[in-house]
Design a protein around this ligand. Structure first.
Ligand code: MRU
Length: 353
């Protein structure tokens, strides 16, 4: 038996001061710096620049953000406050396009706003605060549940490869793909995790290797192009990844490079699981073709990690932040309500019932 793991939390509201507190993920693992944000533009900037990142954490930050935006409005009537709320919502929605949790959380906040019709501004603001807190608290439970379902398909001692960071700092707590690792650690499962470094922003190296190391998990960092050799050498018995948006047919958008890992897993006959809260499943997207893939600045590829440039000056670049893994490569999609298997068009919609 292991012992309880002390899991880091990266996003919360300081209730007394009405301040959003975020663990700045851009400076990890070198600094553990907490940002204290109140202004909408700072929250937008934190999402855009990946100070807060990972689909569920982005949604939680946006929920608190739209509450703080409404709170600062001087409007007195429902109608005037609604206009200010909608402006804040639209603004935050423009920060990043791929993770559906952002839009899911903002829509849920709007639905709560509408439920308060006729009430005084001060009451509506309080209701928004309660709803944002509910979104955060529910995510913690959802992640724990994903972890329990995932554990049912894993065996003690297994080698598990993961890509990017779908860990505790990408959610309210525990993570999605890393939730079974933490829960397994508590049960003494002794997993051996292989973390892809995840070019270009190194979420695997800077974040996954860091947070698992902090929790005492056996983690080995590899470069992205080493996934094939560790699979071939028999070091990996399962791949677990998170995701940013799952289409109705099971196609899943996640950090760039994920689909390559899925192709390798198929080649080596290794099960490939996508861990996805229901808030990440977007039945309005029929297939992965409908998912908007974020394109980011060239400097992430050409100059981000060195003082000197990493590529010839002016070189053409292409920097999609996500790719879509074809549903045919996915063994199962692990949600808080159970594991969906092919045909996903049927099994995913059943998860909502
Ligand atoms: O660009 P990022 O770092 O926000 O991308 C994050 C991912 O791709 C994660 O795997 C995904 O959001 C799931 S986090 C539980």
């Amino acid at each position: 038996m292991g012992k309880p793991v002390d899991v880091i939390q990266s996003v919360r509201l300081d209730d007394e001061n009405d301040t959003l507190i975020l663990l700045d993920q851009t400076v990890l693992p070198n600094e553990k710096n907490y940002l204290h944000l109140k202004e909408l533009k700072d929250i937008w900037d934190a999402i855009y620049h990946l100070k807060v990142r990972g689909a569920p954490a982005i949604g939680i930050a946006a929920a608190y953000g739209v509450y703080l935006g409404a709170k600062q409005s001087a409007a007195v009537s429902y109608e005037e406050l609604y206009l200010d709320f909608q402006k804040a919502k639209e603004y935050l929605a423009s920060s990043r396009p791929t993770a559906v949790n952002l839009f899911w959380a903002l829509d849920r906040m709007e639905a709560r706003f509408q439920k308060e019709e006729g009430k005084a501004a001060v009451e509506i603001k309080q209701a928004l605060k309660v709803e944002a807190e509910k979104i955060r608290a529910e995510d913690e439970k959802v992640c724990e549940s994903i972890g329990q379902h995932a554990l049912s398909v894993l065996e003690p001692g297994w080698g598990i490869l993961t890509h990017c960071n779908a860990g505790t700092i990408a959610t309210a707590k525990y993570g999605t793909a890393l939730a079974p690792i933490y829960l397994g650690q508590e049960k003494g499962y002794d997993f051996k995790v292989y973390a892809d470094e995840t070019r270009p922003l190194l979420q695997g190296a800077r974040l996954t290797a860091w947070e698992l190391g902090e929790a005492g998990v056996d983690v080995t960092l590899i470069c992205d192009n080493m996934a094939s050799i560790v699979m071939k050498e028999g070091k990996v018995q399962a791949v677990l990844v998170g995701c940013d948006r799952v289409a109705a047919n099971g196609d899943a958008a996640n950090k760039i490079g994920t689909s390559g890992v899925a192709i390798l897993a198929k080649h080596y006959n290794i099960p490939f699981y996508v861990c996805a809260p229901l808030s990440t499943i977007d039945l309005a997207c029929k297939t992965g073709e409908d998912i908007h893939i974020e394109l980011r600045d060239s400097e992430e590829i050409t100059s981000k990690w060195y003082e000197k440039t990493m590529a010839p000056e002016g070189v053409k670049t292409y920097n999609p932040a996500f790719d879509v893994t074809d549903h045919e490569l996915i063994t199962g999609i692990i949600t808080e309500n159970g594991i969906a298997y092919a045909p996903f068009t049927e099994s995913l919609s059943k998860m909502f019932k």
